[in-house]
Design a protein around this ligand. Structure first.
Ligand SMILES: C[S@@+](CC[C@H](N)C(=O)[O-])C[C@H]1O[C@@H](n2cnc3c(N)ncnc32)[C@H](O)[C@@H]1O
Length: 273
C-alpha cells in the first residue's frame, strides 16, 4: 500500500517510523511519503492560509498550495506505478472513523491524506479532487483537535495492522473489539497473562481449565458485560438474531430486556413495567 501525507508539520508524522507501521515500512508492506505543503508556496512567508469569505474567526487553508501539492503527489505516485488513489481528509465534520471503515481503506492500494490546520481547507479542494477519485472525509471522534496529523496517525495504524502480513499472528485482529464475525458489535473483554496471581489478584479460573467451550462462553459473557457498561448503544444496535439463549440470560442479568421488535433495550432501574 502507498501512503502520501501532505502537511505543514512533516515532523509530526515521525511516529510512522516506529513500531508496527515502522516495521511494515521497513518490510516494504507500506510505502510512505510525507510532503511539506509549504513546498508549494511562493511568497516570503510561505503562506498557506487566508481570511474566510463571509467573515468570522480563524483562517482557512488556501486552494492553490493544496491543488499543486495534490497534483504533484498524484503525478509522482502514478509515475512510480501506484494505482487507485483515494483522498482521506481528516475533519471533525466527516463520517466517523470505525473498524469497518478501516477495513474498507485497508483494501485500497493508495491513500492520500490531507491533514489540515486552522479552520480547515477551502471546500473547493475536496470538490475538485472528488471529480477524480473517491474522497473520504473522516472524523476520529466527537472532539476538535488543533490539526489533522494525529488523526492521520490513528487512521494509518488502524489500517496498517489489517494489511496481510503486518501482524505476526493473522488471528490477532479476529477477536478485536468491533471485529466482524461472531462477536460483531461487542467490545473485547479483559485479557490476562502470567503470573496466575499478582498482588493477590488471581486470574479467572476458567482460563486455565483447558475447556475451550467454557473459555469461549466466558469471553463472550465478559464482552457483553463490558459492552453493556461502556457502549450500551452497540447492544441496542445488535441484531437480536445474533444472540443465543445464554446471551439473552446474560443481558437480562445486566438489566436488558427485548422490546416487541426483538431489539434489546436497557430497563431503567426503579421503573415499573
Ligand atoms: C481546529 S480543526 C478545524 C475545526 C473546524 N472549524 C470544525 O469545527 O470542523 C483543524 C483541523 O484539525 C483536524 N481535526 C480536528 N478534529 C478532528 C477530528 N475529530 N477528526 C479528524 N480530524 C480532526 C482537521 O484536519 C481540521 O481541519
Amino acid at each position: 500500500m502507498r501512503l502520501d501525507v501532505v502537511t505543514i508539520f512533516p515532523e509530526y508524522l515521525e511516529p510512522l517510523n516506529v513500531s508496527l507501521v515502522g516495521k511494515a515500512r521497513a518490510r516494504g508492506q507500506l510505502d510512505v511519503h510525507v510532503h511539506d505543503l509549504r513546498q508549494w508556496t511562493y511568497d516570503r512567508h510561505n503562506t498557506v492560509d487566508d481570511t474566510p469569505y463571509g467573515g468570522g474567526p480563524g483562517m482557512v487553508m488556501k486552494t492553490e498550495p493544496w491543488g499543486e501539492a495534490l497534483d504533484q503527489t498524484l503525478a509522482d505516485g502514478y509515475d512510480a506505478g501506484a494505482q487507485g488513489p483515494v483522498l482521506v481528509v481528516p475533519t471533525p465534520s466527516g463520517r466517523p472513523f470505525t473498524q469497518e471503515l478501516a477495513v474498507e481503506l485497508s483494501e485500497r492500494p493508495w491513500l492520500i491524506f490531507t491533514p489540515a490546520r486552522y479552520e480547515g481547507i477551502d471546500r473547493r479542494v475536496m470538490d475538485e479532487y472528488a471529480t477524480r477519485m473517491p474522497v473520504y472525509e473522516v472524523s476520529i471522534g466527537d472532539y476538535v483537535l488543533a490539526g489533522g496529523e494525529a488523526a492521520v496517525l490513528v487512521i494509518t495504524e488502524a489500517v496498517a495492522r489489517l494489511l496481510p502480513g503486518v501482524l505476526g499472528n493473522a488471528e490477532s485482529h479476529r477477536d478485536d473489539s468491533f471485529a466482524p464475525g461472531a462477536m460483531a458489535n461487542l467490545l473485547e473483554g479483559p485479557v490476562y497473562t502470567k503470573p496466575p496471581v499478582w498482588r493477590g489478584h488471581a486470574i479467572p479460573e476458567v482460563l486455565v481449565s483447558g475447556h475451550h467451550g467454557k473459555i469461549a462462553r466466558w469471553r463472550r459473557d465478559e464482552a457483553f458485560r463490558r459492552t453493556a457498561a461502556n457502549r450500551p448503544d452497540l447492544i441496542e444496535r445488535c441484531d437480536p438474531a445474533a444472540f443465543d439463549k445464554k446471551d439473552r440470560e446474560t443481558l437480562s442479568i445486566l438489566g436488558w430486556a427485548p422490546e416487541p421488535g426483538g431489539r434489546f433495550w436497557r430497563r431503567v432501574e426503579g421503573v415499573e413495567e
